[in-house]
Design a protein around this ligand. Sequence first.
Ligand code: ADP
Length: 383
Amino acid sequence: MATLELQGLSKRYPDGTLALEGLDLAVGEGELLVLVGPSGCGKSTLLRLVAGLEVPTAGRIRIGGRDVTGLPPQARDVAMVFQNYALYPHLSVAGNLEFPLRMRRVPRRERRRRVAEVAALLGLEALLGRRPAELSGGQRQRVAMGRALVRRPALLLLDEPLSNLDARLRVQLRAELAALQRRMGVTTVHVTHDQAEAMTMGHRVAVLRAGRLEQLGPPEALYREPATAFVAAFLGSPGMNLLPGRLHREGRGWALEVAGARWSGEEGPPPAPEGAVAVGVRPEHLHLARGGPGSPAGLTLTVAAVERLGHEILLHALAPGEAPAQAWGEAVRGAWPPTVALRLPARERTPAPGDRVAVRPAGPLHLFDPLGGRRLAMVDATV
Ligand code: ADP
């Protein structure tokens, strides 16, 4: 195991696509870093650069303090598990696990020992004699992990290794994978587009957007205090709601107007420059106002869909107005969800699609710069 440092890493493909731009990132020894972002943001490019399968346009890559930027893949001591983990179909599980050790001419006794060790770690002992065709998807994925780990690489790179599995298995394996990584202590970069994997697996999460690092930190910190509207809307299921608002002075304090509703803040100057803001609020921090539509401070919305999930209810309402399209910059517009989601307790009486409801905040509001998307302030609105 080792550290990984990326310094000013850029990649422009021959056709001109700038896939990564000046990325700085350091992964600690034994750390599991989850790299997350929408399709096309540069995740695979980053992994391929670290593995040595692509050459960077600029920047340096260091593994365990050693500059590997110009080294071929086999000289980097990196193991990679892909989405389409191809096992050798004609070899048994034991044969597949042993293969990387054979390639490296590890003596037979040592090979046996390491295969047994990795099989025990992954719960594959009973399957060692089987061929890949005789395994379930989850078991095959475990063998692929075992094959990567048996070499004891300095660095483990996982490229969406769970995305071919069904939802239930994915949840089970992401917990297993995180536990395995902790036990092995191998420095790992796990790439995914799935925000739930990012939230549950990583020590830290790096959110990538259009080839740039948007935010880096522990998952809870990113969820609670997203640095940008993009991170706010990306993390969470559903993500943070973004509403068009205006901030202005009022009396000795300030107020926030959101689509006809007025939410007053504390005394003192406004927490951000007056004018247009994108107001972010988590689905769990919105409640139905008692008074119904037209009640003071209630944001009046039309219910679009109601999802009863057993333990909770997700209510989706149509976003108020068309304002974002004109007033917001691309960084915010791109993140904008076209509905407003509320997370309600399961026992709550819920309105039906088509009903008009009044909604009020019951938790922190995040104010984002409507052009650049940076978070300007986090406030409590008293309504
Ligand atoms: P992700 O893994 O996040 O989906 P990728 O790293 O695969 O993103 O791609 C980042 C960007 O680079 C995308 O715009 C993609 O189309 C482009 N890209 C990826 N590979 C190549 C390539 N070999 N040649 C040209 N463009 C590429």
